[in-house]
Design a binder for this molecule. Structure first.
Ligand code: G1P
Length: 301
């Protein structure tokens, strides 16, 4: 069943913050934005756009810096390249080249200075239509696959407010994430009410090991909260702090615990793992890659 046809749509705009310097990928990111680095053969930003489109978004606002406008160019049509591929009979490639521009409408909003994730999200507000009551925010460093945003939308439809995606992380990693303070409040074990949220806590201060995993379905009230926060962890305007403010003001916030695959492609190691995982799922790459990996690791010798 196509859920987008039966459930009233909870959002139509996906906001993707992509203004970071990509320091963890230097020197590659001297001239190539991190979001364009390929996972096998597809830039991370296209995978995120595909996930958003699958969940019903028809527009993506990429929040980026003046130096990184080329991220949006990936979604432009390329008539000359398409003609050449068509003339050469390379129809598989032609289809892949045409995919990104067809996914959804793409716009950019500028974040002139890197003042934090909360500040980045705030830059998208002026592009929204008056009747948009919520937005999806997708952090392009996190890949969670299709289906998660749809579940989050269903939770918002039932409970209202804002809905976030959580993953369980080892306790010694909590200080790399936004961490949730939760309570069971629904009839579904993997949907919890959020009582508080703290950005990158010390291990001893963390209220749980449930971490924000880069997918947010945020009520429009978030913009008002973002205007009221002060710089937090790392001296930046944190999205987590605006969500914590909404919770303190009794705005309903829930998390959906995601137990499926998730990749952090914001680090070279995580990116490599994602590439290997994705390649092993692709018929044209899986066999030879698997054989080489086994040989390289000396398995079965
Ligand atoms: C951001 C958020 C954090 C979240 C994380 C998920 O942190 O601020 O709350 O848990 O993404 O990847 P960053 O990784 O950008 O420092």
């Amino acid at each position: 069943m196509d859920s987008t046809q039966t459930i009233p749509r909870q959002f139509r705009t996906a906001v993707v913050p992509a203004a970071g310097l990509g320091t963890r990928f230097l020197p590659a990111t001297k001239s190539v934005p991190k979001e364009l680095l390929p996972v096998v053969d597809t830039p991370g930003i296209e995978l995120v756009a595909e996930e958003a489109a699958d969940a019903g978004a028809d527009r993506m606002i990429i929040v980026t810096s003046p130096e990184k406008q080329s991220v949006a160019e990936h979604f432009a049509e390329c008539p000359e390249l398409e003609d050449t591929l068509a003339r050469r009979g390379k129809f598989d490639l032609l289809e892949r080249v045409r995919r990104a521009p067809k996914l959804l409408e793409v716009e950019t909003a500028l974040q002139p200075r890197p003042l934090g994730l909360g500040h980045a999200v705030l830059q998208a507000e002026s592009s929204l239509a008056a009747d948009e009551t919520a937005i999806a925010v997708l952090l392009p460093d996190d890949l969670v696959g299709s289906g998660v945003l749809e579940t989050m939308a269903e939770v918002r439809r039932r409970w209202g407010g804002s809905v976030l995606c959580a993953i369980e992380v080892p306790h010694n990693q909590v200080s790399a994430y936004g961490i949730f303070d939760v309570a069971a409040a629904t009839d579904t074990p993997d949907v919890l009410r959020v009582n508080g949220m703290v950005e990158k806590p010390a291990v001893e201060d963390a209220p749980s090991n449930l971490a924000a995993a880069g997918r947010y379905l945020l009520d429009r009230a978030i913009f008002d909260a973002l205007r009221r926060i002060t710089p937090g962890a790392g001296g930046e305007y944190q999205l987590t702090d605006a969500i914590a403010l909404l919770i303190a003001e009794n705005h309903p916030v829930h998390v959906v615990i995601h137990r499926g695959p998730r990749h952090d492609i914001g680090t070279p190691t995580g990116h490599l793992r994602a590439a290997v995982d994705f390649a092993l799922q692709r018929e044209e790459y899986a066999g030879p890659l698997r054989d080489w990996l086994l040989q390289r690791l000396g398995v079965g010798e």
